[in-house]
Design a protein around this ligand. Structure first.
Ligand SMILES: [Fe+2]
Length: 429
């Protein structure tokens, strides 16, 4: 583990400098920055976005980014796909996978990326993609930048050191990290191979959801989001920069490291979050509130209350509801769900849903507890009980998830998934 420092507070206006006195005071772009550095701004929202949603960061760096993304050459995109994915087949049923396989015996975070599903349209900044990553080695002198969407990383095995233009973060199992669109990063492994899920969000930047009557202090608290402090590579290290642009991959050979930001200030930056700091709310009398109460972050769409992508966390919690079927009931929702499991057992699925696997339940495809979960939940003695230790995640979208050709052709796709409900027999004569 590296000895890293963090700044805290979701979306705060941070300022940090690896060399004291670098940040200009009282202005953003003085005629000459201390040390002769270049001034560069990166924006996450349009200049004229509502003020409370504006995100941008000013960087003071050794070389400007125009030196990094010039003369890009097209390279093989491997198993990475973007929406609209012309290879994807329509989905008319429930889908679930055993844990995804490694794609090669030797991969880094980029070469081990495989897209599970996409939705929306990358060119329209709508929807997103869910990828699986499997890395056996560090990226080292390879850097990556995604101009198509922000990247949410949720590992279920291993430990990542994420080096970015704006500093370093560590992320292990039980944590997540988000790297903004357009911020270069590299991922090294600090304790062997690593695997996990990635949500690529083409749409509006993930934000804390509205809380309405829930008030200020529940679910994910702003102070628990951690941002890096400025850190830069002092040696000129030859680097291969890989850029994702409009669903294609391009590369550029640099004779230096793009991680050369000496100081920065602003509110657009990578962050990490410890998932078990999520203070989940739940029913204390009977029945269920909607699972939207477990929304950790939300990417809004143009329709109020209808998310481009919601990131929802299901964690262990006390179940105390009286006279209540406690797992999620059967449902057919307008929104489309893609779930993954980080650790433990998800309480609506007694078997077949493992860490590293996934399920897709698209808009109006009915689903719910499997036969075993139904039986045990209808017969259980309703004493207060704390849930098995578990972390499950869901990316819920207004757009249907379209599984990729890779995902749909895997032997890990459970062809017998629907049989999990086959024992739900007739209840009336
Ligand atoms: Fe569901």
């Amino acid at each position: 583990m590296a000895d890293l420092s963090y700044q805290t507070g979701f979306g705060n206006q941070f300022e940090t400098e690896a060399e004291l006195g670098t940040l200009p005071r009282g202005q953003n772009s003085p005629q000459r920055v201390q040390g002769g550095l270049y001034t560069e701004q990166v924006t996450g929202t349009a200049f004229t976005a509502p003020r409370n949603s504006m995100q941008r960061t000013w960087m003071y760096r050794v070389r400007p980014s125009v030196r990094h993304l010039a003369a890009l050459n097209s390279i093989d995109r491997g198993l990475i796909r973007s929406a609209p994915d012309i290879e994807a087949a329509p989905v008319n049923t429930q889908l679930r996978w055993d844990p995804f396989p490694t794609t090669s015996s030797k991969t880094n975070w980029v070469t081990g990326l495989a897209t599970v599903a996409t939705n929306g349209d990358v060119a329209l900044q709508a929807g997103g993609a869910i990828h699986h990553f499997s890395a056996t080695e560090s990226m080292g002198n390879i850097a990556f930048v995604n101009t198509d969407g922000e990247m949410m990383l949720v590992p279920y095995a291993g430990h990542l050191l994420i080096r970015t233009e704006l500093g370093h973060l560590e992320v292990g199992v039980g944590q997540m990290a988000v790297i903004p669109r357009g911020i270069k990063f590299a991922i090294d492994l600090t304790s062997g191979p690593a695997r996990g899920y990635v949500c690529e969000n083409y749409g509006s930047i993930f934000a804390l959801p509205e809380h309405g009557l829930m008030g200020m202090d529940a679910n994910a608290l702003p102070r628990d989001f951690e941002y890096p402090v400025a850190s830069f590579d002092r040696q000129d290290q030859a680097t291969q920069l890989i850029a994702k642009v409009s669903g294609q991959l391009f590369a550029n050979k640099l004779d230096h490291s793009p991680f050369d930001v000496v100081a920065w200030h602003g509110n657009l930056a990578p962050y990490r979050y410890e998932l078990r700091r999520f203070c989940a709310l739940g029913p204390v009398v009977f029945d269920h509130p909607d699972p939207s109460i477990w929304t950790l972050l939300s990417s809004s769409s143009d329709t109020p209350g209808t998310a481009n992508i919601d990131f929802i966390l299901f964690r262990e919690h006390w179940k105390v509801a009286e006279n209540t079927f406690r797992p999620p009931w059967f449902h057919s929702n307008v929104m489309s769900e893609l779930m993954g499991l980080i650790e433990g057992v998800y309480d609506a699925k007694a078997q077949g849903f493992e860490p590293g696997g996934a399920s897709i339940h698209n808009s109006f495809i009915p689903h719910g507890p499997d036969s075993d979960a139904f039986s045990s939940a209808t017969e259980a003695e309703l004493a207060p009980v704390k849930g098995p230790d578990s972390l499950a995640v869901m990316w819920e979208s207004r757009y249907r998830w379209a599984p990729t050709k890779w995902a749909i052709s895997l032997t890990e796709l459970q062809t017998d998934y629907a049989e999990r409900w086959a024992q739900l027999d007739k209840r009336r004569p």
